[in-house]
Design a binder for this molecule. Sequence first.
Ligand code: G4P
Length: 527
Amino acid sequence: MSKTLADELLKEVKKRRTFAIISHPDAGKTTLTEKLLLYGGAIRLAGTVKGRKASRHATSDWMEIEKQRGISVTSSVMQFDYEGHKINILDTPGHQDFSEDTYRTLTAADSAVMLIDVAKGVEAQTKKLFQVCRKRGIPIFTFINKLDREGQNPFDLLEELEQVLGIRSYPMNWPIGMGKELCGVYDRTKTQVELFQGDDHSTIAVRKVSGYDDPIIKEMAGDYFYDQLQQDLELLDVAGDEYDYDLIRSGELTPVFFGSAINNFGVQTFLENFLELAPIPTTRNSSNGPVEPTEEKFSGYVFKIQANMNPAHRDRLAFLRICSGKFERGMAVKHVRAGKDIKLAQPQQFLAQDRDIVDTAYPGDIIGLFDPGIFRIGDTLVQGGNFVYDELPTFSPEIFAKVVVKNALKHKQYQKGIDQLTEEGTVQVFKTIGFEDVILGVVGQLQFEVFEYRMKGEYGVEIQLQRMPFQFARWIVDEKIDPSKFRINSQLVKDKNDNYVALFENEYAMRTAIDKNPSAKFLETAP
Ligand code: G4P
């Protein structure tokens, strides 16, 4: 490799941090994202990331259904610069309903920021997203938000992280007061107090102290909060986890920051610590073994496909995570699955909500490729090579519905719609044995609405989805499958590759089937 390219790649890779924010709706993800973007100067005014309430309709929402429900259905990507770093934030849908797409987006992130509401603690969606990050062993940074409101005792929150998520924690700072009585936070690494003050709490002052027992804190916070801080931090020093960078890197210990996103309190400290501790783009596994980001040859994989971002143009974008080498507009790469060389002519990059044509990009970056229907989720693109990246995980559907076509004459379009939409990977399709009825399986209810909407809008087919009582799908691997053993509260179907899948109404039905079929393997996802 030429020395100049090697140096350039190393320099660019070191600058990059690519992460996703995982949280439950309403924890403050949009607010935190806005504040982070403001540090990068990527947007002029907070409130423009994603329309909330009043401005909702004018911004990123790309689909009528999003407008109607005022939610962002699909994940997008935002890039900004901060003090020599290039930061990529992968957005995940903020609504309770989410999809496999959300999970897969997490595979493109090198670390995650887990945002928790101080009053609510660990909530359902955070838990699910956390588990996906956990499996990948990526570092997880925790921001406990809304400190300006009454919340749970910080020790209880740490305990919850350990009990519910099974992750140990190291508080980087510690609240002094909370809610109306919030005085500030004590920064354990810098031994300083960040004061939350002013009538409108808009002034944030930083005071260097000699330690948490510095009497100056008493002057700032009063006797009560000073004593409380002593007790808390002594307890943390004795009984809390030690700071361990290796455990942070392997995702076993989460650094915890307390703050209030809406007041921009603790956000900058968080960002600066995050940039120091979060990993740069790292090695990815492929069929050829590990691929280093600084490898000269460009490579990446498609982790998400989004159709009709702009209904006027009927465009389809494939989101590619760059894993190695340098991307240059117009470059020729091999589309490994298709066995074809293709030219990457009009790639897009995302800055806040604007899409820009990108000329160069590096490992850790996400680019959007115009897709005339040639990409599938998981496709690898390589320059002068022939390997593929490890398959993206699939997830077990939890909600099921039977599809009924209202107009039987539209069969051809219906089939086309089913094929294309399943290719995008937002729904999984199953067929009943014998009758060939179509059953859809998803991880979030919203995907059904999107599917129905798009079948009508893009393929002209009106469908009706009849909810089925199943909650679990298990792929069955056995030499001989006896359908009679799957009759009680369950149904045997086939997936698109003709694998047998059993759908169960409840855990009990699933247990019974497992007991009755000792020779079979029951897999959560397709073999
Ligand atoms: P999300 O993307 O995770 O769903 O959350 P979002 O940022 O939209 O925030 C959810 C609500 O929580 C918003 O209030 C937001 O203003 C509020 N919020 C965010 N951070 C803080 C914080 O640090 N302290 C307090 N007290 N509130 C916070 P909303 O009333 O639902 O919306 P809006 O009318 O403010 O837009």
